[in-house]
Design a protein around this ligand. Structure first.
Ligand SMILES: [Zn+2]
Length: 127
């Protein structure tokens, strides 16, 4: 699962993990380039918030429903999971950071009313 990293010199490096130096100029720690693969969407309503990731992406990081509490939901077509902010969002964020050496960008959105509350429960982890 490759991401793109950009240096201040303009050099773009495609890599799974963040390069420690730019291969072109040797500058330290190229930045993560914004892309859908580098971004996770966070949807909140007036009471709560969820990190939305596709089921495919969730599995690609080696994650399992058993690691997620029943406070998280899945979309009715099962293509997306909504990881609740207090415990479960962090499971994905930590897996992302462990894999890539950097946190993803978060794209925030506010929805009121928020359909996620009516989605079926997803996780099976006991708190
Ligand atoms: Zn550079």
């Amino acid at each position: 699962m490759m991401l793109s990293f950009i240096c201040c010199c303009g050099q773009i490096t495609h890599s799974v993990t963040r390069p420690s130096t730019c291969p072109a100029c040797g500058d330290l720690r190229p930045e993560l380039l914004r892309s859908p693969e580098a971004t996770a969407t966070f949807i909140s309503d007036p009471g709560h918030g969820w990190l939305i990731v596709s089921r495919e992406r969730f599995a690609a990081y080696g994650l399992k429903p058993a690691q997620i509490t029943p406070y998280s939901y899945r979309s009715p077509d099962a293509s997306e999971v909504a990881l609740e902010e207090d415990c479960d969002a962090e499971v994905f964020l930590k897996a992302f950071e462990a894999r890539h050496g950097i946190a993803p960008y978060i794209a925030e959105r506010f929805e009121d009313p928020c359909p996620i509350r009516n989605w079926p429960q997803f996780g099976s982890r006991r708190r």
